[in-house]
Design a protein. Structure first.
Length: 93
């Protein structure tokens, strides 16, 4: 989960950096929407809605290659943990 949150934080930093440039305002708005998905997904993972949160992080991070890779890997790891927990009969982790 640390990788997921760290990757989302990197994308937030990128969005803030691009947002200060007048010429890139429109791009910053588009990236901010994707980053919003990542932040919302990260919060959902932290507060227990792991599957929905991880999927939102994946949606937000995949278009942001290469900086979105850590968040996508973290989200994939969370989804794998949930699948393993279901295989053991533990329900959603």
């Amino acid at each position: 989960m640390l990788l997921l949150v760290t990757g989302s934080a990197l994308c937030v930093g990128l969005t803030l950096t691009i947002g200060f440039d007048e010429d890139l305002r429109l791009l910053a708005v588009l990236i901010a929407v994707l980053t919003g998905f990542q932040v919302l997904g990260s919060l959902l993972v932290i507060f227990g809605k792991r599957v929905v949160g991880a999927r939102l992080v994946l949606i937000g991070s995949l278009p942001m290659i290469p900086i979105g890779i850590p968040a996508a890997l973290g989200a994939r790891r969370v989804l794998d943990e949930v699948e393993r927990a279901k295989g053991r009969g533990c329900g959603e982790a």
